[in-house]
Ligand binder design. Structure first.
Ligand code: C2E
Ligand code: CA
Ligand code: CA
Length: 564
């Protein structure tokens, strides 16, 4: 055992030495006479125990203790303080400063000293274990274990500190939120191991362009953040954002799989875009969402206008949640006609929302309902209402008309959808083939097994499926084969241009030929002029719908005008 005795009194030192050697003759003892002498000897050699006199010349033993403890939090050396004083306060003070035990000089005997050494080494070992696990817990609480970046907790603290510093006029600051594009897809397709590796690889690349004074943190999932301090102009933030986007351009190769990702970035600058960290965060988030809405893989600075848009969407979202209960939603019906006979063959149900005296267009509120999820209950109401109405339309007719109902992609994830449709058809005794659900192409593009399953289940019920707005999206013809589609509705923007542009006419002509060659029905929507109708006839389109015939109108009006 290596023991360091720090005591200026030669007689005391010799006494301690004798006592120590009596208990353990192999003990290696080193002497020091002052605090500085002791600290120097500690640098040269490791000791198991230090016996430290409280009363030392120049500097007191307790100063040794304080210096030693702050530099050697993890050291395995135990310290026993020795003093002539029996004062309890002093003993306590020494223990608080890092000593493991306290003995008075009068107490020193072989037995007492040995027992004290045994006790302190055991206790000290325990303390070290505790300290290490505390350090580990602290690390876990502050560091993201996957990427080694600071976590959200540390980031929040540092952002708050940055804002305080700015208030003191030290620097200006930008908050950059980064969200990886298509990360969920990677996780779902290739598994979490690949997803985790992608996160690590992304961090390695981005790290190369983040400076030391910029805190780069992982907030959770595929969300990252950077605070830029000492910002002289917003362009500095734009520069970094651009670099990050460029760095992620190159695909990643993980387990032989090539993965393309990208980053959507939102930037907010303090103090203009947020007085405190909460507001800054919210606005950077709004900017991030704008980047995503604009097609991802880009950065956007927060602007006040976005906040206004966000607030008005938010208010609409709140109002929409109670629209059903307040009976503010109604359906109107637009007739669809056979192009040859000009007879009505069916109607399309279109949703209307009237708040006080104003109508809010479906193109405004439906995307909001989709984002908030309220489209699921609203869409369910539309289905029930339209089917009930169809019963009423057909009850005195021998030739039954059909009902087209628009379905949002969000509704395809509703596990109750099929059962709801089935029950409602049964309740009103409606033949399933009279109901056609309209889906847009982008819905079909979402490569999601639940959606595919739901579409197939609708078809299995006997209902029809129409591909809506054909010609606006990818117009991928493979969809016409891959899904159980009965009808294709050619988008009104194409119909609007057939009478004006020769090219559009040819395009639509080709589309119709293909649709018909697959034994599907072609419907033209948005027919407004006689000329367009004539062209549709020439092209062999089956059915037409548009203002040329009729606008969407209330059920009563439809009945009196068309179903008498
Ligand atoms: P959509 O499914 O393409 O519906 C046709 C839209 O074209 C309707 O707009 C209709 O009023 C309009 N329209 C009909 N004929 C003409 C015409 O000759 N010229 C022009 N310029 N427009 C015509 P609306 O009612 O404003 O609906 C807009 C969109 O909102 C719909 O487009 C549909 O995507 C969505 N939507 C409406 N009701 C529902 C619903 O109940 N559920 C869901 N998920 N979406 C709905
Ligand atoms: Ca439609
Ligand atoms: Ca349409």
């Amino acid at each position: 055992m290596n023991v360091l005795i720090v005591d200026d009194d030669l007689i005391d030192r010799e006494h301690i030495k004798r006592v120590l050697l009596k208990g353990d003759s192999s003990c290696n003892i080193v002497n020091a006479e002052t605090v500085d002498d002791g600290l120097n000897k500690l640098k040269a050699q490791n000791f198991d125990v230090i016996l430290l006199d409280y009363n030392l010349p120049q500097r007191l033993g307790i100063e040794f203790l304080e210096e030693f403890s702050s530099d050697n939090a993890l050291s395995s050396t135990a310290v026993i303080m020795i003093s002539t004083s029996e004062e309890e306060n002093l003993a306590l003070q020494c223990i608080q400063s890092g000593a493991q035990d306290f003995l008075t000089k009068a107490e020193i005997s072989t037995f007492r000293l040995r027992r004290a050494i045994l006790n302190v080494t055991a206790r000290h070992e325990l303390e070290q274990k505790l300290y290490k696990s505390y350090q580990r817990a602290k690390e876990l609480a502050e560091i993201d274990s996957l990427t080694g970046l600071a976590n959200r907790y540390v980031f929040d603290l540092s952002l708050k500190q940055g804002i305080l510093n700015h208030r003191r006029g030290i620097n200006s600051l930008a908050l950059m939120l980064i969200d990886l594009d298509h990360f969920k897809y990677v996780n779902d397709t290739y598994g979490h191991d690949v997803g985790d590796q992608l996160l690590k690889d992304v961090v390695e690349r981005v790290k190369t362009s983040v400076r030391d004074n910029e805190l780069f943190a992982r907030l959770g999932g595929d969300e990252f953040a950077v605070t830029l301090t000492n910002l002289t102009k917003p362009e500095d933030a734009a520069f970094l954002a651009n670099r990050i986007i460029n760095l992620l351009e190159e695909p990643f190769v993980i387990n032989d799989v090539t993965i393309k990702t990208g980053a959507s970035i939102g930037i907010a600058i303090h103090p203009d875009d947020g007085a405190d960290s909460k507001e800054l965060f919210r606005n950077a988030d709004i900017a991030l969402y704008r980047s995503k809405d604009l097609g991802r893989n880009q950065f956007t600075f927060f602007e006040q206008e976005m906040q206004n848009q966000f607030l008005s969407d938010y208010n609409l979202e709140i109002d929409l949640a109670s629209a059903l209960d307040k009976n503010e939603l109604t359906l109107v019906y637009q007739p669809v006609f056979d192009i040859i006979t000009s007879e009505i063959t069916g109607v399309e149900a279109l949703l209307r929302w009237k708040v006080k005296d104003t109508f809010i267009p479906p193109d405004t509120f439906i995307p909001i309902a989709e984002k908030s999820g309220s489209i699921v209950s609203i869409g369910r109401w539309v289905i029930l209402e339209a089917i009930k109405q169809l019963y009423d339309f057909n009850k005195h007719r021998t030739c039954h008309i059909s009902m087209a109902i628009n379905l949002s992609p969000v509704q395809l994830a509703d596990i109750y959808l099929i059962k709801d449709i089935e029950d409602c058809l049964q309740q009103h005794d409606i033949a399933p083939e009279l109901i056609e659900f309209e889906l847009t192409e982008t819905t079909l593009l979402i490569d999601n097994s639940q959606s595919i399953h739901t579409i197939q289940a609708i078809s299995d019920l006997g209902c029809k499926i129409a591909l809506d707005d054909f010609g606006t999206g990818f117009s991928s013809l493979s969809h016409l084969q891959d899904y159980p589609i009965n009808t294709v509705k050619i988008d009104k923007s194409l119909i609007a241009s057939i009478s004006e542009k020769e090219r559009s006419k040819k395009l639509v002509q080709g589309m119709v030929e293909l649709i018909k060659s697959l034994d599907l029905e072609a419907v033209a929507e948005g027919v407004e002029y006689q000329e367009q109708l004539a062209l549709c006839k020439k092209m062999n389109i089956n059915k037409v719908q548009g203002y040329y015939f009729e606008k969407p109108i209330p059920a009563d009006m439809l009945k009196s005008k068309y179903l008498q």
